[in-house]
Structure formats: C-alpha cells, structure tokens
Design a protein around this ligand. Structure first.
Ligand code: CA2
Length: 151
C-alpha cells in the first residue's frame, strides 16, 4: 500500500477559527477528514500531523525516510524562512509536494519566495483545501509512475 505523510506547519491549527477571509472556513480537522476519505477511496495509507515547531517538522521529515513513499507539506510561514526544512527534504529523499491554501505569488513579496520549492517535486498554491487534494493526487501519481517504471 502506498504511504503518504501530510504535514501542516505553524498556525494551521487555527484554520476556520481566525482569518476566515484569507484562509476560508474549513478547519484543519475538516481538511484532514477530506484527506482521510480520499485515502480510503484510493486505497492509500495516509497520516496527517501538524506542529507549530520547526524541529518537529524536521524530525518528521527525517523519520519519513523508508516509512513513507511521499510527503505533502504546507510549511506555512516556514516556507519563507526555513533552510532547515529544505535540508531535511533534501536528505530524506522522500518525494515531496509543497502546498499552500492561498496563492503565495499574489501576496506580500516576502511570501513569494519558498526555500522548499527548489527541492520539492512541485508546488500547488491558491486553491484553498483543494490544494491539499491536488497535492496528494500529484504525490500518488508520482509514486505510481515510479513503481510502474521500475517493473
Ligand atoms: O497559504 C498558505 O497555505 C500559507 O502557507 C499559510 C501560512 C502563510 O504564512 C504562508 O505564507 C502561506 C499561514 C498559516 C496561518 O494560518 C492561519 C489560519 C487561521 C488563523 C491564523 C493563521
């Protein structure tokens, strides 16, 4: 069974509680519920975790090596600051899809740069919770293509 790890970065536990104009009304539990339903339907093993701490995210990325086939991550504000997350993705060698609820390229200049984008398979940005759904689809498609190429 293909295994996908979904990581949510800092403050995303506040989704649906504050800043609804920017990030929508859905809570993180709602998004995780959508992902779980999709995973059941697709026959994928999916785990989702959130942390407000950079080190937790680094550790979970490191631990994903050999345990997960792909990572889908919304690094939140760490997108724009964290070389540590970038290094973790590089060293873990687990194909990683970067996702954002908002379109970071239409926002403040400091949000338009991602330290992760250069080491990710790709970036999906601006579709609200659908960004996560597109992210897991892209991750699954990548893993399946790699598996059928190696048969
Ligand atoms: O658009 C995204 O998904 C972001 O990763 C969200 C981050 C932001 O720093 C990135 O630039 C873009 C912020 C997540 C904070 O989420 C909150 C949700 C509700 C209330 C407060 C913060």
């Amino acid at each position: 069974m293909i295994r996908i790890l979904v990581l949510h970065g800092p403050n995303l536990n506040m989704l649906g509680v504050r800043e609804q104009d920017l990030y929508g009304r859905q809570t993180l539990n709602d998004i995780n519920g959508l992902l779980d339903s999709w995973a059941k339907e697709a026959g994928v093993h999916l785990e989702a975790k959130q942390s407000n701490h950079e080190g937790d995210l680094v550790t979970w990325i490191q631990e994903a090596r050999g345990q997960f086939d792909a990572i889908v991550i919304n690094p939140a504000a760490y997108t724009h600051t964290s070389i540590a997350l970038r290094d973790a993705v590089l060293s873990a060698e687990v194909p990683t899809v970067e996702v954002h609820l908002s379109n970071i390229h239409q926002r403040e200049e400091f949000r338009q740069h991602s330290f992760l984008a250069g080491v990710a398979l790709g970036q999906i940005s601006g579709f609200g919770p659908t960004s996560y759904m597109l992210g897991v689809h892209a991750a699954l498609d990548h893993v399946q293509s790699k598996q059928s190429a190696s048969k």
